[in-house]
Design a protein. Structure first.
Length: 92
């Protein structure tokens, strides 16, 4: 599968399907996992990911994702990882 091979677009699309429940059972944890994978493989997808999270009424997750992205851009990887862990814990 393309997503398993690191294709960011495929990962984004799976995140979108899981966050909206379109064609598949809605699952916030899986959605965030695929969105994070897409971000790691192509950070130009970040605006689309944040928009998709908000469209799926996942506002807290969108805010945390935005914070993690901004910290990562600034080079504060330890804080970015902390935010990622918080994001994962809230979604379970």
């Amino acid at each position: 599968m393309a997503a398993e091979q690191g294709n960011a677009t495929a990962q984004f699309n799976l995140g979108l399907m899981y966050s909206t429940g379109k064609y598949i059972t809605k699952d916030k944890v899986k959605a965030l996992d695929y969105y994070m994978q897409a971000y790691k493989n192509d950070d130009s997808l970040v605006p689309h990911i944040i928009h998709s999270l908000k469209d799926a009424n996942m506002f807290v997750e969108a805010d945390e994702f935005t914070k993690r992205y901004e910290l990562g851009k600034q080079g504060d990887l330890a804080e970015a990882m902390y935010c990622t862990n918080r994001l994962s814990q809230r979604s379970i």
